[in-house]
Design a protein around this ligand. Structure first.
Ligand SMILES: Nc1ncnc2c1ncn2[C@@H]1O[C@H](COP(=O)(O)OP(=O)(O)OP(=O)(O)O)[C@@H](O)[C@H]1O
Ligand SMILES: [Mg+2]
Length: 494
Protein backbone atom coordinates (compact mmCIF):
# COMPACT_ATOMS: atom_id res chain seq x y z
CA UNK A 1 0.00 0.00 0.00
CA UNK A 2 1.34 3.38 -1.01
CA UNK A 3 1.08 6.78 0.62
CA UNK A 4 -0.75 9.70 -0.98
CA UNK A 5 2.58 11.38 -1.68
CA UNK A 6 3.69 8.49 -3.87
CA UNK A 7 0.50 8.85 -5.92
CA UNK A 8 1.50 12.39 -6.89
CA UNK A 9 -0.72 14.31 -4.47
CA UNK A 10 0.65 17.72 -3.44
CA UNK A 11 1.66 18.75 0.09
CA UNK A 12 -1.28 21.14 0.50
CA UNK A 13 -3.84 18.50 -0.35
CA UNK A 14 -2.08 15.86 1.75
CA UNK A 15 -2.28 18.24 4.68
CA UNK A 16 -6.01 18.65 4.12
CA UNK A 17 -6.70 14.93 3.86
CA UNK A 18 -4.58 14.24 6.93
CA UNK A 19 -6.73 16.73 8.80
CA UNK A 20 -9.68 14.55 7.82
CA UNK A 21 -7.97 11.54 9.37
CA UNK A 22 -6.96 9.81 6.13
CA UNK A 23 -3.47 8.36 6.49
CA UNK A 24 -3.26 6.05 3.53
CA UNK A 25 -5.26 5.75 0.35
CA UNK A 26 -7.94 3.07 0.08
CA UNK A 27 -7.49 0.63 -2.84
CA UNK A 28 -9.82 2.54 -5.19
CA UNK A 29 -7.96 5.77 -4.34
CA UNK A 30 -4.59 4.15 -4.89
CA UNK A 31 -5.63 2.91 -8.36
CA UNK A 32 -7.61 5.95 -9.50
CA UNK A 33 -5.62 8.95 -8.29
CA UNK A 34 -2.54 8.52 -10.53
CA UNK A 35 -4.72 7.83 -13.59
CA UNK A 36 -6.94 10.81 -12.88
CA UNK A 37 -3.92 13.06 -12.36
CA UNK A 38 -2.76 11.85 -15.77
CA UNK A 39 -6.01 13.22 -17.22
CA UNK A 40 -7.45 9.82 -18.08
CA UNK A 41 -11.19 9.15 -18.16
CA UNK A 42 -12.09 6.64 -15.45
CA UNK A 43 -14.92 4.25 -14.85
CA UNK A 44 -14.40 3.30 -11.24
CA UNK A 45 -16.15 0.59 -9.29
CA UNK A 46 -15.50 -0.22 -5.65
CA UNK A 47 -17.65 -1.40 -2.79
CA UNK A 48 -19.79 0.92 -0.73
CA UNK A 49 -17.95 2.89 1.92
CA UNK A 50 -14.47 2.42 0.46
CA UNK A 51 -13.61 6.03 -0.39
CA UNK A 52 -14.79 6.65 -3.94
CA UNK A 53 -15.43 10.31 -3.10
CA UNK A 54 -11.70 10.69 -2.44
CA UNK A 55 -10.87 8.68 -5.55
CA UNK A 56 -12.37 11.38 -7.75
CA UNK A 57 -12.32 14.31 -5.31
CA UNK A 58 -8.63 14.35 -4.45
CA UNK A 59 -7.30 14.43 -8.05
CA UNK A 60 -10.02 16.90 -9.00
CA UNK A 61 -8.95 19.30 -6.28
CA UNK A 62 -5.35 18.90 -7.48
CA UNK A 63 -6.24 19.73 -11.05
CA UNK A 64 -8.42 22.77 -10.42
CA UNK A 65 -6.72 26.17 -10.30
CA UNK A 66 -7.83 28.94 -7.99
CA UNK A 67 -9.35 31.96 -9.69
CA UNK A 68 -9.67 30.44 -13.15
CA UNK A 69 -13.43 30.11 -13.25
CA UNK A 70 -15.79 27.16 -13.05
CA UNK A 71 -13.63 24.15 -13.88
CA UNK A 72 -15.30 21.08 -12.42
CA UNK A 73 -18.86 19.82 -12.25
CA UNK A 74 -19.90 16.92 -10.03
CA UNK A 75 -23.38 15.48 -10.46
CA UNK A 76 -25.09 13.34 -7.86
CA UNK A 77 -28.57 11.76 -7.87
CA UNK A 78 -29.93 13.19 -4.61
CA UNK A 79 -29.75 16.51 -2.83
CA UNK A 80 -28.43 14.99 0.38
CA UNK A 81 -25.64 13.28 -1.49
CA UNK A 82 -24.75 16.45 -3.39
CA UNK A 83 -24.52 18.29 -0.06
CA UNK A 84 -22.32 15.58 1.46
CA UNK A 85 -19.98 15.37 -1.54
CA UNK A 86 -19.75 19.18 -1.48
CA UNK A 87 -18.64 19.05 2.16
CA UNK A 88 -15.94 16.46 1.40
CA UNK A 89 -14.66 18.47 -1.54
CA UNK A 90 -14.48 21.61 0.60
CA UNK A 91 -12.43 19.66 3.12
CA UNK A 92 -10.05 18.35 0.41
CA UNK A 93 -9.68 21.89 -0.95
CA UNK A 94 -9.16 23.53 2.45
CA UNK A 95 -5.58 24.72 1.89
CA UNK A 96 -5.92 25.37 -1.81
CA UNK A 97 -8.79 27.63 -0.72
CA UNK A 98 -10.93 26.64 -3.65
CA UNK A 99 -14.51 27.75 -3.77
CA UNK A 100 -16.98 24.83 -3.85
CA UNK A 101 -20.67 25.53 -4.49
CA UNK A 102 -23.46 23.08 -3.95
CA UNK A 103 -26.62 23.62 -5.98
CA UNK A 104 -29.79 21.61 -5.71
CA UNK A 105 -33.55 22.08 -5.79
CA UNK A 106 -35.73 23.08 -2.87
CA UNK A 107 -33.28 25.80 -1.84
CA UNK A 108 -33.29 29.51 -2.69
CA UNK A 109 -32.31 29.97 -6.31
CA UNK A 110 -31.54 33.65 -5.72
CA UNK A 111 -28.82 32.77 -3.23
CA UNK A 112 -27.39 30.21 -5.62
CA UNK A 113 -27.32 32.80 -8.40
CA UNK A 114 -25.41 35.16 -6.12
CA UNK A 115 -22.92 32.41 -5.24
CA UNK A 116 -22.44 31.43 -8.87
CA UNK A 117 -21.58 35.03 -9.78
CA UNK A 118 -18.47 34.60 -7.67
CA UNK A 119 -17.27 31.91 -10.08
CA UNK A 120 -16.67 28.94 -7.81
CA UNK A 121 -14.01 26.60 -9.15
CA UNK A 122 -16.05 23.49 -8.31
CA UNK A 123 -19.78 22.90 -8.54
CA UNK A 124 -21.61 19.96 -7.02
CA UNK A 125 -25.27 19.55 -7.84
CA UNK A 126 -28.27 17.51 -8.81
CA UNK A 127 -29.04 17.49 -12.56
CA UNK A 128 -32.41 19.28 -12.28
CA UNK A 129 -31.13 22.42 -10.60
CA UNK A 130 -27.97 22.48 -12.68
CA UNK A 131 -30.14 22.52 -15.82
CA UNK A 132 -32.24 25.31 -14.28
CA UNK A 133 -29.12 27.43 -13.92
CA UNK A 134 -27.90 26.59 -17.41
CA UNK A 135 -31.27 27.67 -18.85
CA UNK A 136 -31.25 30.89 -16.82
CA UNK A 137 -27.69 31.48 -18.04
CA UNK A 138 -26.57 31.83 -14.45
CA UNK A 139 -24.20 28.91 -14.98
CA UNK A 140 -21.93 28.64 -18.00
CA UNK A 141 -20.05 25.47 -18.61
CA UNK A 142 -17.49 26.67 -21.16
CA UNK A 143 -14.51 26.60 -18.81
CA UNK A 144 -15.30 23.16 -17.36
CA UNK A 145 -12.54 20.60 -17.80
CA UNK A 146 -13.70 17.83 -15.44
CA UNK A 147 -17.05 16.14 -15.10
CA UNK A 148 -17.82 13.64 -12.36
CA UNK A 149 -20.88 11.43 -12.16
CA UNK A 150 -21.11 10.02 -8.68
CA UNK A 151 -23.39 6.97 -8.58
CA UNK A 152 -22.83 6.76 -12.32
CA UNK A 153 -25.16 3.82 -13.01
CA UNK A 154 -28.00 5.65 -11.31
CA UNK A 155 -27.23 8.81 -13.28
CA UNK A 156 -27.47 6.80 -16.49
CA UNK A 157 -30.76 5.29 -15.37
CA UNK A 158 -34.11 6.16 -16.87
CA UNK A 159 -35.05 9.13 -14.70
CA UNK A 160 -31.73 10.91 -15.14
CA UNK A 161 -30.26 9.98 -18.48
CA UNK A 162 -31.98 12.77 -20.47
CA UNK A 163 -30.87 15.43 -18.00
CA UNK A 164 -27.33 14.13 -17.89
CA UNK A 165 -27.01 14.04 -21.68
CA UNK A 166 -28.45 17.56 -21.85
CA UNK A 167 -25.72 18.77 -19.49
CA UNK A 168 -23.00 16.84 -21.29
CA UNK A 169 -24.03 18.45 -24.57
CA UNK A 170 -23.39 21.86 -23.05
CA UNK A 171 -19.82 21.03 -22.03
CA UNK A 172 -16.92 22.22 -24.18
CA UNK A 173 -16.17 19.67 -26.87
CA UNK A 174 -12.95 17.72 -26.80
CA UNK A 175 -11.03 18.04 -23.60
CA UNK A 176 -13.34 17.32 -20.68
CA UNK A 177 -12.10 14.56 -18.40
CA UNK A 178 -14.95 12.36 -17.18
CA UNK A 179 -14.78 10.42 -13.94
CA UNK A 180 -17.59 7.98 -13.30
CA UNK A 181 -17.92 6.07 -10.06
CA UNK A 182 -20.31 3.65 -8.43
CA UNK A 183 -20.39 0.53 -6.28
CA UNK A 184 -22.56 -1.16 -8.89
CA UNK A 185 -22.21 -1.26 -12.63
CA UNK A 186 -24.77 -3.49 -14.37
CA UNK A 187 -23.56 -4.57 -17.83
CA UNK A 188 -26.29 -2.77 -19.76
CA UNK A 189 -25.38 0.49 -18.05
CA UNK A 190 -21.64 -0.02 -18.42
CA UNK A 191 -21.93 -0.04 -22.23
CA UNK A 192 -23.94 3.15 -22.14
CA UNK A 193 -21.50 4.78 -19.77
CA UNK A 194 -18.41 4.08 -21.82
CA UNK A 195 -20.04 5.69 -24.85
CA UNK A 196 -19.71 9.05 -23.09
CA UNK A 197 -16.02 8.62 -22.41
CA UNK A 198 -12.74 8.71 -24.29
CA UNK A 199 -10.94 5.40 -24.02
CA UNK A 200 -11.83 5.08 -20.33
CA UNK A 201 -9.66 3.21 -17.89
CA UNK A 202 -11.76 0.74 -16.01
CA UNK A 203 -10.72 0.55 -12.38
CA UNK A 204 -12.35 -2.14 -10.30
CA UNK A 205 -11.18 -2.87 -6.81
CA UNK A 206 -13.87 -5.26 -5.87
CA UNK A 207 -12.74 -8.49 -4.29
CA UNK A 208 -9.85 -7.22 -2.25
CA UNK A 209 -10.40 -8.44 1.24
CA UNK A 210 -9.13 -5.39 2.99
CA UNK A 211 -11.71 -3.23 1.30
CA UNK A 212 -14.65 -5.64 1.64
CA UNK A 213 -17.44 -4.09 3.60
CA UNK A 214 -17.84 -6.03 6.82
CA UNK A 215 -21.58 -6.44 6.63
CA UNK A 216 -23.33 -9.40 8.18
CA UNK A 217 -26.26 -10.05 5.86
CA UNK A 218 -29.49 -11.78 6.85
CA UNK A 219 -33.06 -12.15 5.79
CA UNK A 220 -36.11 -13.19 7.76
CA UNK A 221 -39.34 -14.54 6.40
CA UNK A 222 -42.39 -12.75 7.72
CA UNK A 223 -45.99 -12.21 6.68
CA UNK A 224 -47.14 -8.70 5.96
CA UNK A 225 -49.37 -8.40 9.04
CA UNK A 226 -46.60 -9.52 11.37
CA UNK A 227 -43.89 -7.31 9.92
CA UNK A 228 -44.20 -4.39 12.30
CA UNK A 229 -44.17 -6.47 15.48
CA UNK A 230 -41.32 -8.63 14.24
CA UNK A 231 -39.35 -5.55 13.31
CA UNK A 232 -39.82 -4.00 16.74
CA UNK A 233 -38.73 -7.28 18.36
CA UNK A 234 -35.56 -7.30 16.28
CA UNK A 235 -34.91 -3.64 17.11
CA UNK A 236 -35.12 -4.38 20.82
CA UNK A 237 -32.81 -7.37 20.56
CA UNK A 238 -30.26 -5.69 18.25
CA UNK A 239 -30.30 -2.34 20.06
CA UNK A 240 -28.67 -0.51 17.13
CA UNK A 241 -26.51 2.51 17.73
CA UNK A 242 -28.06 4.14 14.66
CA UNK A 243 -30.33 2.35 12.21
CA UNK A 244 -31.66 3.10 8.75
CA UNK A 245 -34.92 1.40 7.81
CA UNK A 246 -35.93 1.31 4.16
CA UNK A 247 -39.57 1.25 3.15
CA UNK A 248 -40.83 0.81 -0.39
CA UNK A 249 -43.05 3.86 -0.68
CA UNK A 250 -43.46 7.31 0.82
CA UNK A 251 -46.69 6.28 2.48
CA UNK A 252 -44.95 3.30 3.97
CA UNK A 253 -42.19 5.52 5.36
CA UNK A 254 -44.72 7.95 6.87
CA UNK A 255 -46.73 5.19 8.48
CA UNK A 256 -43.76 3.27 9.77
CA UNK A 257 -42.28 6.45 11.26
CA UNK A 258 -45.53 7.27 13.06
CA UNK A 259 -45.88 3.69 14.28
CA UNK A 260 -42.34 3.65 15.68
CA UNK A 261 -42.87 6.96 17.44
CA UNK A 262 -46.14 5.65 18.91
CA UNK A 263 -44.25 2.64 20.22
CA UNK A 264 -41.76 4.89 21.94
CA UNK A 265 -38.81 4.96 19.52
CA UNK A 266 -36.93 8.00 18.28
CA UNK A 267 -37.64 7.89 14.56
CA UNK A 268 -38.02 10.32 11.67
CA UNK A 269 -38.78 9.85 8.00
CA UNK A 270 -36.96 10.92 4.85
CA UNK A 271 -38.46 10.91 1.35
CA UNK A 272 -39.03 13.11 -1.66
CA UNK A 273 -42.29 14.69 -0.51
CA UNK A 274 -40.82 16.08 2.69
CA UNK A 275 -39.79 19.73 2.45
CA UNK A 276 -36.13 20.30 1.74
CA UNK A 277 -35.45 22.15 4.98
CA UNK A 278 -37.01 19.29 6.94
CA UNK A 279 -34.98 16.72 4.94
CA UNK A 280 -31.76 18.49 5.83
CA UNK A 281 -32.80 18.90 9.45
CA UNK A 282 -33.65 15.20 9.85
CA UNK A 283 -30.35 14.14 8.36
CA UNK A 284 -28.45 16.57 10.56
CA UNK A 285 -30.12 15.17 13.66
CA UNK A 286 -29.29 11.66 12.54
CA UNK A 287 -25.65 12.57 11.90
CA UNK A 288 -25.41 14.19 15.33
CA UNK A 289 -26.82 11.15 17.13
CA UNK A 290 -29.92 13.11 18.11
CA UNK A 291 -32.07 10.58 16.27
CA UNK A 292 -31.76 6.81 16.48
CA UNK A 293 -33.83 5.52 13.58
CA UNK A 294 -34.02 7.01 10.12
CA UNK A 295 -36.92 5.63 8.08
CA UNK A 296 -36.39 6.29 4.39
CA UNK A 297 -37.22 5.46 0.81
CA UNK A 298 -34.45 4.75 -1.68
CA UNK A 299 -33.69 8.48 -1.59
CA UNK A 300 -31.26 7.55 1.24
CA UNK A 301 -29.93 4.42 -0.46
CA UNK A 302 -27.00 5.87 -2.35
CA UNK A 303 -23.80 7.41 -1.15
CA UNK A 304 -24.81 8.74 2.26
CA UNK A 305 -21.96 8.39 4.70
CA UNK A 306 -23.09 8.51 8.31
CA UNK A 307 -20.78 7.08 10.89
CA UNK A 308 -22.43 5.07 13.63
CA UNK A 309 -25.01 3.36 11.42
CA UNK A 310 -24.72 -0.12 12.89
CA UNK A 311 -27.84 -1.66 11.31
CA UNK A 312 -29.73 -1.40 8.05
CA UNK A 313 -33.21 -2.92 7.82
CA UNK A 314 -35.01 -3.52 4.57
CA UNK A 315 -38.51 -3.39 5.99
CA UNK A 316 -39.54 -4.00 2.39
CA UNK A 317 -37.20 -5.94 0.14
CA UNK A 318 -35.83 -3.89 -2.77
CA UNK A 319 -36.64 -5.16 -6.23
CA UNK A 320 -33.16 -5.28 -7.63
CA UNK A 321 -29.75 -6.30 -6.42
CA UNK A 322 -28.22 -2.87 -7.02
CA UNK A 323 -30.65 -1.13 -4.73
CA UNK A 324 -29.96 -3.82 -2.12
CA UNK A 325 -26.20 -3.27 -2.37
CA UNK A 326 -26.49 0.48 -1.93
CA UNK A 327 -29.04 0.32 0.87
CA UNK A 328 -27.08 -2.11 3.02
CA UNK A 329 -23.89 -0.22 2.18
CA UNK A 330 -25.03 2.57 4.54
CA UNK A 331 -23.49 0.41 7.26
CA UNK A 332 -20.12 -1.33 7.39
CA UNK A 333 -18.27 1.72 6.03
CA UNK A 334 -14.60 2.65 6.20
CA UNK A 335 -13.62 -0.71 7.67
CA UNK A 336 -16.32 -0.76 10.36
CA UNK A 337 -18.68 -3.66 10.92
CA UNK A 338 -22.40 -3.60 10.28
CA UNK A 339 -25.49 -5.72 10.07
CA UNK A 340 -28.20 -5.81 7.42
CA UNK A 341 -31.55 -7.55 7.78
CA UNK A 342 -34.14 -7.89 5.03
CA UNK A 343 -37.78 -8.70 5.71
CA UNK A 344 -39.15 -11.05 3.12
CA UNK A 345 -42.72 -12.04 2.47
CA UNK A 346 -42.81 -15.76 1.55
CA UNK A 347 -43.80 -14.90 -2.06
CA UNK A 348 -40.75 -12.64 -2.38
CA UNK A 349 -38.11 -15.34 -1.87
CA UNK A 350 -37.24 -15.15 -5.57
CA UNK A 351 -35.81 -11.70 -4.95
CA UNK A 352 -33.52 -12.99 -2.24
CA UNK A 353 -32.22 -15.53 -4.75
CA UNK A 354 -31.76 -12.80 -7.36
CA UNK A 355 -29.68 -10.76 -4.93
CA UNK A 356 -27.61 -13.81 -4.01
CA UNK A 357 -27.02 -14.67 -7.68
CA UNK A 358 -26.02 -11.13 -8.60
CA UNK A 359 -23.74 -10.63 -5.61
CA UNK A 360 -22.45 -14.21 -5.62
CA UNK A 361 -22.93 -14.25 -1.90
CA UNK A 362 -25.29 -16.17 0.35
CA UNK A 363 -27.60 -14.26 2.63
CA UNK A 364 -28.37 -16.33 5.68
CA UNK A 365 -31.85 -16.76 7.15
CA UNK A 366 -32.54 -15.50 10.65
CA UNK A 367 -35.51 -16.56 12.76
CA UNK A 368 -37.34 -13.80 14.57
CA UNK A 369 -36.44 -13.52 18.26
CA UNK A 370 -38.78 -15.41 20.59
CA UNK A 371 -40.75 -13.91 23.47
CA UNK A 372 -38.09 -14.71 26.06
CA UNK A 373 -35.29 -13.17 24.04
CA UNK A 374 -37.29 -10.02 23.46
CA UNK A 375 -38.21 -9.71 27.13
CA UNK A 376 -34.66 -10.26 28.25
CA UNK A 377 -33.44 -7.62 25.81
CA UNK A 378 -36.05 -5.10 26.91
CA UNK A 379 -35.24 -5.67 30.56
CA UNK A 380 -31.55 -5.25 29.93
CA UNK A 381 -32.24 -2.04 28.05
CA UNK A 382 -34.20 -0.63 31.00
CA UNK A 383 -31.18 -1.00 33.25
CA UNK A 384 -28.93 0.46 30.59
CA UNK A 385 -31.27 3.39 29.98
CA UNK A 386 -31.64 4.21 33.67
CA UNK A 387 -27.86 4.21 34.12
CA UNK A 388 -27.51 6.48 31.10
CA UNK A 389 -30.30 8.81 32.18
CA UNK A 390 -28.85 9.07 35.65
CA UNK A 391 -25.71 10.59 34.20
CA UNK A 392 -27.81 13.59 33.24
CA UNK A 393 -28.73 16.16 35.80
CA UNK A 394 -32.19 15.47 37.20
CA UNK A 395 -34.54 18.38 37.21
CA UNK A 396 -35.61 19.58 40.69
CA UNK A 397 -39.23 19.45 39.50
CA UNK A 398 -38.81 15.74 38.79
CA UNK A 399 -37.68 15.12 42.37
CA UNK A 400 -40.64 17.08 43.65
CA UNK A 401 -43.02 15.04 41.50
CA UNK A 402 -41.37 11.80 42.64
CA UNK A 403 -41.98 12.77 46.27
CA UNK A 404 -45.60 13.58 45.53
CA UNK A 405 -46.04 10.27 43.70
CA UNK A 406 -44.63 8.15 46.51
CA UNK A 407 -46.77 10.01 49.01
CA UNK A 408 -49.87 9.02 47.11
CA UNK A 409 -48.83 5.53 45.83
CA UNK A 410 -46.54 2.70 46.88
CA UNK A 411 -43.05 3.33 45.33
CA UNK A 412 -43.02 -0.12 43.74
CA UNK A 413 -46.43 0.52 42.23
CA UNK A 414 -45.24 3.77 40.64
CA UNK A 415 -42.18 2.13 39.13
CA UNK A 416 -44.13 -0.89 37.94
CA UNK A 417 -46.62 1.40 36.17
CA UNK A 418 -43.86 3.31 34.41
CA UNK A 419 -41.99 0.13 33.47
CA UNK A 420 -45.20 -1.35 32.15
CA UNK A 421 -45.66 1.66 29.87
CA UNK A 422 -42.07 1.50 28.75
CA UNK A 423 -41.96 -2.23 28.10
CA UNK A 424 -45.43 -3.08 26.91
CA UNK A 425 -46.46 -0.03 24.95
CA UNK A 426 -44.57 -1.77 22.17
CA UNK A 427 -47.12 -4.56 22.15
CA UNK A 428 -50.01 -2.22 21.40
CA UNK A 429 -52.02 -4.21 18.85
CA UNK A 430 -53.91 -1.17 17.72
CA UNK A 431 -51.00 0.21 15.74
CA UNK A 432 -51.28 -1.13 12.22
CA UNK A 433 -49.72 -0.24 8.90
CA UNK A 434 -51.75 -0.16 5.70
CA UNK A 435 -51.39 -3.27 3.62
CA UNK A 436 -48.48 -3.04 1.21
CA UNK A 437 -48.60 -5.43 -1.68
CA UNK A 438 -45.53 -7.69 -1.76
CA UNK A 439 -43.45 -7.70 -4.92
CA UNK A 440 -44.91 -10.00 -7.56
CA UNK A 441 -43.62 -13.52 -7.52
CA UNK A 442 -40.36 -14.05 -9.36
CA UNK A 443 -39.07 -17.36 -10.63
CA UNK A 444 -36.42 -18.59 -8.20
CA UNK A 445 -34.50 -20.27 -11.02
CA UNK A 446 -33.14 -17.01 -12.33
CA UNK A 447 -34.13 -16.14 -15.87
CA UNK A 448 -30.76 -14.65 -16.72
CA UNK A 449 -32.26 -11.26 -17.45
CA UNK A 450 -31.40 -8.30 -15.40
CA UNK A 451 -34.50 -6.57 -14.08
CA UNK A 452 -32.83 -3.21 -14.13
CA UNK A 453 -35.75 -1.25 -15.45
CA UNK A 454 -37.19 0.70 -12.64
CA UNK A 455 -39.82 3.20 -11.71
CA UNK A 456 -40.07 6.21 -13.98
CA UNK A 457 -40.14 8.95 -11.37
CA UNK A 458 -36.54 9.02 -10.28
CA UNK A 459 -36.53 12.75 -10.84
CA UNK A 460 -38.74 13.06 -7.84
CA UNK A 461 -35.70 13.78 -5.66
CA UNK A 462 -35.29 17.20 -7.00
CA UNK A 463 -38.83 18.42 -7.33
CA UNK A 464 -40.61 17.42 -4.21
CA UNK A 465 -43.65 19.56 -4.97
CA UNK A 466 -44.13 18.10 -8.39
CA UNK A 467 -45.57 14.85 -7.21
CA UNK A 468 -47.23 15.67 -3.97
CA UNK A 469 -50.79 14.31 -4.27
CA UNK A 470 -52.32 11.70 -2.09
CA UNK A 471 -49.82 9.93 0.06
CA UNK A 472 -52.11 8.04 2.35
CA UNK A 473 -52.61 10.92 4.72
CA UNK A 474 -52.63 10.20 8.36
CA UNK A 475 -49.78 7.81 8.84
CA UNK A 476 -50.51 4.67 10.75
CA UNK A 477 -54.04 3.52 11.26
CA UNK A 478 -55.55 2.63 14.54
CA UNK A 479 -57.88 -0.34 14.61
CA UNK A 480 -57.81 -0.81 10.91
CA UNK A 481 -56.55 -4.12 9.72
CA UNK A 482 -55.88 -3.33 6.11
CA UNK A 483 -56.84 -0.51 3.85
CA UNK A 484 -56.00 -2.56 0.80
CA UNK A 485 -55.42 0.24 -1.59
CA UNK A 486 -54.19 -0.79 -4.97
CA UNK A 487 -51.45 1.52 -5.87
CA UNK A 488 -48.50 0.63 -7.99
CA UNK A 489 -44.97 0.45 -6.83
CA UNK A 490 -43.99 3.31 -9.12
CA UNK A 491 -46.50 5.68 -7.56
CA UNK A 492 -44.71 5.58 -4.29
CA UNK A 493 -41.04 5.33 -5.03
CA UNK A 494 -38.95 7.83 -3.12
N1 LIG B 1 -8.04 7.05 2.75
C1 LIG B 1 -8.95 7.04 3.71
N2 LIG B 1 -8.60 6.81 4.98
C2 LIG B 1 -9.53 6.80 5.97
N3 LIG B 1 -10.85 7.02 5.77
C3 LIG B 1 -11.25 7.24 4.52
C4 LIG B 1 -10.34 7.27 3.42
N4 LIG B 1 -11.04 7.54 2.31
C5 LIG B 1 -12.32 7.67 2.67
N5 LIG B 1 -12.47 7.50 3.99
C6 LIG B 1 -13.74 7.56 4.76
O1 LIG B 1 -14.51 6.43 4.41
C7 LIG B 1 -15.89 6.74 4.41
C8 LIG B 1 -16.53 6.28 3.12
O2 LIG B 1 -16.08 7.04 2.03
P1 LIG B 1 -17.00 7.40 0.79
O3 LIG B 1 -18.27 8.02 1.25
O4 LIG B 1 -16.17 8.14 -0.18
O5 LIG B 1 -17.34 5.91 0.25
P2 LIG B 1 -17.93 5.47 -1.17
O6 LIG B 1 -17.01 4.47 -1.72
O7 LIG B 1 -18.24 6.67 -1.98
O8 LIG B 1 -19.28 4.74 -0.71
P3 LIG B 1 -20.71 4.67 -1.46
O9 LIG B 1 -20.60 3.62 -2.52
O10 LIG B 1 -21.66 4.26 -0.39
O11 LIG B 1 -20.97 6.01 -2.02
C9 LIG B 1 -15.99 8.24 4.63
O12 LIG B 1 -16.36 8.49 5.97
C10 LIG B 1 -14.60 8.75 4.36
O13 LIG B 1 -14.31 9.89 5.12
MG1 LIG C 1 -19.92 7.55 -2.66
Amino acid sequence: MKFFKELGVSEKTIQAIEDMGFEKPTPIQESSIPLALNNEDILGQAQTGTGKTGAFGIPLVEKVKKGEGVQALILAPTRELAAQVGEQLKAFAKYKKLNVNVIFGGMSIAKQIGDLKRKPEIIVGTPGRVIDHINRRTLRLDSINTLVLDEADEMMNMGFIDDVTFIMDKLPKGNVQTLLFSATMPKAIQELVTRFMHDPKIVKTMNQNDSDPQIEEHYTIVKELEKLDTFVDFLDVHRPELAIVFGRTKRRVDELTSALIAKGYQAEGLHGDITQSKRLEVLKKFRNDALQILVATDVAARGLDISGVSHVYNFDIPQDAESYTHRIGRTGRAGKEGMALTFVNPVEMGYVRLIEETKKKKISPLRPPNKNEVEAARKASIFEKIRKWQEKEINAESYKLATELVTEFEPQEVIATLVNEFLYRKDDDNIQLSFEKPLSRRSTKGDGKHPYKRGGNRKDNRGSKRRSGNQGGKGYHKNKKSSNRTRTFKDHMK
